[in-house]
Write a protein that binds this ligand. Structure first.
Ligand SMILES: Nc1nc2c(c(=O)[nH]1)N[C@H]1C(S)=C(S)[C@@H](COP(=O)(O)OP(=O)(O)OC[C@H]3O[C@@H](n4cnc5c(N)ncnc54)[C@H](O)[C@@H]3O)O[C@H]1N2
Ligand code: MOO
Length: 415
């Protein structure tokens, strides 16, 4: 326990927290669908043109644009999947192909007209309208992507749109960064596990479960590793067993209380503290550093604060360590719907709900750090700079939604 914490400025703490880690270099090969949510470890190069042959965007007729306005005989019908002689170019003057969406277009047709735009359509002939642009409804080989192009880059997080691209290339296995290993721990003799009986004077450990769940929501695999005991010797021993993890995240025991041994126990295990104490409300006691090859993130015990710190400070660091290119918060613009006050002299992190272009502060910003429901009632954070005293109704604000994707470039998050 230190006697007094020095509170680092928020910006500096964010900078230092990101400097603590470098992208992992460990990779693994995974099947296509198992790559969802993982960070890709190599550029993905186009191997098969998109599309890979000229094809029709409509059910209709493929013809030579010189024949516009004429009555044409239907040479044959071409279906999606037809190949070889069925798609050979063999139009004679005054002929066209009847063609289905996705079917190959022979080289002697340069334009497609949808069936409903033609005149006097019979089984064997039709008349073309005169107002058709050359090349319309013809999807050209390689117009979307050509072989050799980068489809997406190393460091991107695979989502369903990446899966579509990978499948379109016939890629069934790919290289992703191996999951970083994360241990989540609590501290405090007052804690009971949710499956235990708890008396009126005991509380349930909700932080560890909330943090493991939040990490899962963000694509990480964390292990709940127990409660660090509230005494220095046992804490030291407990922590010495965690050095194989890439990251250790703790909650509680890092403030000024007589039972706040966490910082000391980490220090005695070789922690090089990057900062302990940040000028932010809530979350002031937060501590980060490296203990050998393990990054340590000690968050305050108050449940609301622990989760807010996790969103704001910890997730970006973990994303960077996991190999993602994107580790800066995105901010969306919204209209503030209710006046509220903030504490000047500190960066404030304010909970609220961001919906339909509006931001509504939670409980008029009068909730406590120990609360659990205020977080449940919110889906976003608003960060003020230390000069801000209040946020006016109808003021445009910048908001960080809990489910935002992170960005490659840093942007201003302050209000
Ligand atoms: N003299 C001072 N006291 C405090 C300061 C300060 O600057 N000077 N800072 C306050 C702030 S701000 C915070 S936040 C808390 C953080 O303290 P700790 O990180 O040491 O957390 P604890 O004291 O261990 O616990 C705080 C609170 O949270 C409850 N808790 C802890 N772990 C869990 C858990 N896993 N699940 C649910 N609830 C948990 C714990 O019972 C306490 O009620 O310190 C202030 N004090
Ligand atoms: O960080 Mo504490 O939660 O401000 O009360």
């Amino acid at each position: 326990m230190s006697n007094k914490l020095t509170y680092l400025e928020f910006d500096e703490a964010v900078k230092r927290s990101l400097e603590l880690v470098h992208a992992t270099t460990l990779t693994q090969i995974v099947p296509l669908l198992d790559s969802l949510g993982k960070v890709v470890a190599q550029d993905i190069i186009c191997q098969k043109n998109l599309p890979s042959f000229n094809n029709s965007a409509m059910d209709g007729f493929a013809f030579n644009h010189d024949d516009i306005g004429k009555t044409l005989n239907i040479k044959r019908v071409i279906y999606a999947g037809d190949k070889d002689e069925k798609v050979q170019a063999d139009l004679k003057e005054g002929e066209c192909y009847k063609i289905m969406t996705g079917a190959q277009v022979p080289n002697d047709a340069d334009t497609i007209v949808p069936i409903e735009n033609c005149i006097d359509v019979t089984k064997s002939s039709l008349t073309l309208p005169i107002d058709i642009k050359k090349g319309s409804n013809l999807r050209l080989k390689g117009e979307e992507q050509t072989r050799g192009n980068i489809l997406f880059k190393k460091g991107e997080i695979i989502d369903s749109s990446h899966i579509a691209l990978l499948a379109s290339q016939g890629i069934v296995m790919l290289e992703v960064f191996k999951d970083i290993s994360i241990a989540v721990l609590s501290t405090g003799d007052e804690l009971k596990e949710p499956w235990q009986t708890s008396n009126e004077d005991e509380i349930y450990n909700c932080n560890s479960y909330a943090l493991v769940a939040l990490l899962k929501e963000k694509g990480f695999n964390a292990t709940y590793s127990g409660v660090i005991p509230d005494n220095l010797e046992s804490s030291k021993k407990f922590i010495s067993n965690l050095k194989n993890y890439d990251v250790v995240i703790t909650t509680g025991g890092i403030s000024m209380g007589d039972a706040d041994f966490v910082a000391q126990a980490f220090l005695e295990n070789g922690l090089e503290t990057s900062f302990h104490g940040v000028n932010v409300k809530p979350g002031r006691p937060i501590m980060m550093g490296n203990m050998g090859k393990t990054t340590v993130m000690s968050l305050p015990g108050n449940p609301l604060t622990a989760m807010v710190n996790m969103h704001l400070f910890a997730i970006p660091v973990l994303k960077k360590l996991q190999g993602s290119n994107c580790f800066y918060h995105d901010v969306i613009k919204a209209t503030n719907q209710e006046n509220f006050k903030t504490k000047q002299g500190r960066v404030n992190v304010v909970l609220g709900t961001c919906e339909n272009g509006g931001f509504k502060v939670t409980r008029n910003n009068k909730y406590g750090s120990g609360m659990i429901t205020a977080l449940y009632e919110s889906n976003a954070l608003l960060v003020t700079n230390s000069d801000t005293k209040n946020i006016e109704c109808n003021q445009e604000v910048g908001v960080i939604k809990f489910n935002n994707k992170l960005l490659e470039k840093e942007i201003d998050i302050f209000n």
